[in-house]
Design a protein around this ligand. Structure first.
Ligand SMILES: [Zn+2]
Length: 213
């Protein structure tokens, strides 16, 4: 199923959940947004639309990394001619070259890993938020999983609910947990084999029982 279809179903599920909590427009609007985003989260384990949304496109990332690498190299050449040789120049030259090398070999998935690490760093350093730290860890883990494995199971749903609960406590948005669960669960249900457009199903009980539903 396409990301846009998942988002649409998630928005509906989120709106419904929001309405149950408090039937006012503000609550329903937030719940719809949370549901829509949450319905895209399970497919972070693919190279598809959802992961493109969270990382910049591959070419832009490559280009940026090469720019940073070139910037570092230009800076140390300038340093060398103005202030002479300094051992730390070698370290920075190494970092500059590393940017070039990594930009050649990096895959979409490893960019997702890097994005997750950056989110974790943001959580710790910028906001001191455990919730954001967990969001980053979810992204890192998803970037190593095969498609439709643990993110598409009760285990994935439980971990996501745990993260939402933490974010809800930090943000005081009291519809976050229920709308997020509704959106995430709607994705897993829409991916099930009972619908004829799905050739593969969902392993709800992975890793204990790997039956596809
Ligand atoms: Zn899916």
């Amino acid at each position: 199923m396409k990301g846009s279809s998942h988002a649409l179903i998630g928005i509906t599920a989120g709106a419904f959940a929001g309405y149950q909590v408090q039937p006012d427009l503000y609550t329903i609007a937030i719940a719809s947004a949370v549901g829509g985003v949450s319905a895209l989260v399970p497919d972070l384990d693919t190279n598809g639309l959802a992961s493109n949304r969270i990382t910049v496109s591959k070419q832009i990332t490559q280009w940026l990394m090469q720019l940073v690498g070139a910037g570092i190299l230009v800076a140390i050449i300038y340093q060398y001619f103005t202030k002479g040789f300094n051992p730390s120049i070698l370290l920075y030259a190494g970092i500059g070259l590393l940017f070039f090398i990594v930009s050649r070999f990096i895959t979409q998935r490893r960019m997702l890993t890097l994005t997750g690490v950056m989110v974790m760093w943001l959580g710790i350093v910028m906001h001191q938020s455990i919730g954001i730290l967990f969001v980053g860890s979810y992204i890192v883990i998803a970037s190593f999983l095969s498609h439709r494995s643990y993110t598409h199971s009760f285990l994935g749903l439980a971990f996501y609910a745990f993260i939402l609960n933490q974010l809800q406590q930090e943000s005081q948005i009291d519809v976050l947990l229920i709308a997020g669960i509704a959106g995430y669960a709607s994705h897993l249900i829409a991916d099930m084999k009972i619908f004829p457009m799905n050739r593969r199903g969902v392993k709800w009980f992975a890793p204990i029982w790997n039956k596809e539903w």
